[in-house]
Structures are given as structure tokens and as C-alpha cells.
Write a protein that binds this ligand. Sequence first.
Ligand SMILES: Cc1ncc(COP(=O)(O)O)c(C=O)c1O
Length: 398
Amino acid sequence: MTEYLENHRPIYLDHAATTPLDPLVLEKMLPYMSEMYANPSSLYSMGQQSRIAVDNSREKIASILNCRPTEIIFTSGGTESDNTAIKGGSQGLSQQGNHIITSSIEHHAVLNTCYQMQDQGYDTTFIKVGSDGLVNPQDILNAMTDKTVLVSIMYVNNEVGTIQPIKEITKLVKEKADSLNTRVLVHTDAVQAPGYLSLDVEDLGVDLMSLSAHKFYGPKGVGILYKKRRIPFVPLISGGGQESNDRSGTENVPGIIGISVALDLVSSKIDETVSKVEGLQSRLMSGIEERIPKVILNGHRTKRVVNNLNYSFSGIEAEPVLLGLDLSGVYASSGSACSTASLEPSHVLMAMGLNVELARSSLRFTLGANNNEKDVDYAVNSLASVIEQLRSMSSFGR
Ligand SMILES: Cc1ncc(COP(=O)(O)O)c(C=O)c1O
């Protein structure tokens, strides 16, 4: 096993935090970071080559999302897409009302945006989830009033991997809005979905959808906001009028090439990836549950994305486990990447009703297409021995 690690270090099980850049993506990006540097708004031929590359990327993405190219807005990542969707969509309907509905387990890119909207006079309902981490669509309907303008529910939770019933939510919300004779926009943060779930916006029925390239083997600092045509909308960033006036700023050409190539690659391999990663997930699941006593799986057992497992390990804190795993060359996470530095227990696990002790003992393992069975076996061995050591040093089980 040690020999295995020497050749394969690190064993990266933190793909929900970020993914390595696919070498094929880098290869396609490189010319646009060197000789093809022209601004796509420039009229001379090199500028037009950049414009064509951006247009082709937009068309490729639109075909994957089953929408029109004009419905794709390039942004700086998931956080900007979420901010733009929530602020832009709500402000677009400000004549109708000031009520936003979201869930209590959203990423902070959504939650903190909603808090900011509250400071500006918006009223936000944070829908509770069950102990399995799922939103009940009926709770959204119960919260809707004739002042509701936007519903934002994530597609896949980044901490526990639960998959929310977006298609059902959208259908029910639209029906209720019709009965109230109002208009309500539905946004989904789909940042954790690419490569595993369908991103067909027509089928999902959403008006707005956020994506981020670095979660699917693309570069950091570039994202997508799908915005359905003709919906009321106020741009977040004003300036020179790029992206049909919806998001100004000189286009990040290499990033745009990168996100389109990366999305194309993961989308074309979706069936293959799901079946491979599902196998690894179940191997990791049985390894952990058979080898380590007193573990609790967080999130629904089956309605979860195939690359995510999140466990609480009774009697210990997650941080020393992470350090022990790091020393063995295994990288995992204790909750979402951005809250790792904070001592607060995960808001997602707390919203699911875990006590502070169990929330603090939770670890997230997120697999990727490049992991294999040996990675999983090595990780299970390392985890079992780190946990056994830590538990034997404490009064656990005595
Ligand atoms: C569900 C979700 N939404 C939004 C974001 C933010 O994306 P970005 O890092 O591209 O700003 C993340 C990243 O962790 C995420 O997991």
C-alpha cells in the first residue's frame, strides 16, 4: 500500500471543492493565453478570431443545456452567477413584489446574497429541509405569496450531495404562480451537477441556472449563468455592454474556451462516469461502514450524487482526522471548502438536525472520474487507522 501511495500521491477525494484542470482543456486554452490575445470586440481579423472562438463556445454550451446561445451569460464563476441570478431576477420583478424563497442548505453564494437582499428591504423565506437533506416542494408552495418573485433551490448540495427535485419544484411553483396570477422566476445553483446529472434547462423548467468551470475539470474564475430569454432582469455588472448588456467586461476568452471544452468533455462521458463513480462510491460506503464502528451517513442514502459521501464519526472532531489523512496522502474535507477555515459547524448539517458534536465530526469524500478502486481501498485503510487511533486516545466507547 505504501508503495502504491508513492506512485499515486495524493489520493484526491475532494472533487466538490475543486477538480484538476483536464490537460485537453488546457491545450485548447493555451493559444488564447498567448498568440491569440486579441479582444473579441476588436474589428481586425485577430479580434474576429477571438469573437468566433467565444461564439463557438457559446453555441456548444447552448447545445448541451438545450437552450439558445443568447441565453448563455459568461461570468467569473458560481458565486457571480448566483449573485447575478438572485439580484438580477428579483430586481427585474421588483414592481410585483419583494419576496424570495430559498432553502436553508444553499451554498453561501446564495445564502449571503439573500441576506444582503434582506438588508435592502427584501423578505426571504429559508425553507427547512428534512433530516435526509431534502427540500419538500410543498413547503415552497406553502411559503409562496403574491409578493414572491424568485425561488432559488440548489440542484445538488455541495456538502451532503443530496439531489433536489428541481423539475417537480419548477412545475409546482409555476402552477401556483399562475393561480396567483403572478410571475415567479426559478433559479437553480447547479454548480455540483455537471458530469453527473442532466443540465437540460428545458426539461428542468428553470429560468436561471448557475455553473462553475472549476467543478468539472475546467479553469477557475469562469462560470455560466443560463438566463431564459425575455425574463425581467437587471444586470449586476454594468459597463461596455458585453454579453448582450447582461454582464459587461472584456470577455475572459481562454476561460470561455476552457469552460466550453470542459463541459463538452464531461457531458459526452456522463454515462461512463456515473457508472464508474457509482461503483467507487459503493465500495467506499461499504468499506467505511464495515471497517469503522459508529458512523452515520449524512444525506439521503440514494437521492445523492454518485460522487459524494458524507459521514459523521461519533466521538471525534473532523480536523484531526483530516490532518491524519493528509499525512497518509489522502485529501478530504470537513464540510464545504469555504467553511473549512471556520470553527462553526456546517450550516447544512445543522439544518438537517444534527447536534453540534455530530456536525463537527463530519467528513466529506467526493470522488472523481480519475479515482480508482485502489484509491478507495487505500483511503478506507488510512481512515480506519486514523479513527481508531484518535478514538483510543479519547474516552470514546469506554
Ligand atoms: C453549490 C455551489 N455553489 C456555488 C459555489 C461557488 O462557486 P465558485 O467557486 O465558482 O464561485 C460552489 C463552490 O464551492 C458550490 O459548491
